[in-house]
Unconditional design. Structure first.
Length: 223
């Protein structure tokens, strides 16, 4: 019997693809207003590609962009990091069906948790921008916890705080290794939300289900 559901944040409850695209548009408006529309779109694609779906270290990302893009007035790396810290969180877009799903799960009496890798200020900023905090009995951000996915200890910590056993919980996430692999090592069944990360057939942990939309989740779990 499923008593609890754990979620990843980026590209699971938060549509990171749209969020970073919106941020990239703001970056263009602030620093590249001199570009024509086709050049602007080409720069946005270049920024998104260089970001590697969020897995690129941000100082490295912005250092590369400072070298490769033609800035009218080139800012410093510190200025760009400050810009990112201010504007990225404000660009947060929820994944389609996310809030309705959390509402229904909570109304059923299920315990909910969130486990996400990343900086504490950025991740909590996105959670609060989307008004998600109150849905969860536990929220673990890797920087704050001192452990990151796929380390099974961060999953066990969530179980301990919810007071649930691994076989009473499922984990929903988009990353094969960090989410499905890590949860599996902790004995938690994983549900893979297929977004930008391809499946790795070398993984020992297979997902319980594969979905392409959060709308599929409730019927699978509670048919």
């Amino acid at each position: 019997m499923i008593k609890g559901i754990l979620f990843d944040l980026d590209n699971t409850l938060l549509d990171r693809t749209r969020t970073f695209a919106d941020f990239s548009g703001k970056l263009m408006d602030s620093y590249f207003g001199h570009l024509d529309p086709s050049e602007r779109e080409a720069y946005i694609r270049q920024v998104i590609e260089a970001d590697e779906d969020g897995y690129r270290h941000k100082p490295d990302l912005f250092g590369e962009l400072l070298e490769k893009l033609e800035w009218r007035t080139k800012p410093g790396i510190g200025d760009l990091m400050d810009y990112y810290n201010r504007h990225y969180v404000q660009s947060a877009v929820q994944m389609e069906h996310a809030v309705e799903l959390l509402e229904r799960f909570k109304s059923r009496g299920h315990q909910l948790g969130l486990i996400t890798n990343g900086r504490t200020d950025i991740q909590y900023g996105k959670i609060d921008q989307l008004k998600l905090r109150d849905y969860f009995g536990v929220i673990l951000v890797s920087e704050e916890a001192g452990i990151k996915k796929p380390d099974k200890r961060i999953f066990q910590l969530a179980l301990d705080r919810l007071g649930l056993a691994a076989d009473e919980v499922v984990f929903v996430g988009d990353h094969p290794h960090n989410d499905i692999g890590g949860a599996g090592q902790a004995g938690i069944r994983g549900i893979w939300l297929q977004r930008n990360q391809p499946w790795d057939d070398s993984l020992k942990e297979a997902p319980l289900h594969r979905i392409v939309s959060l709308a599929e989740l409730e019927p699978l779990l509670f048919a």
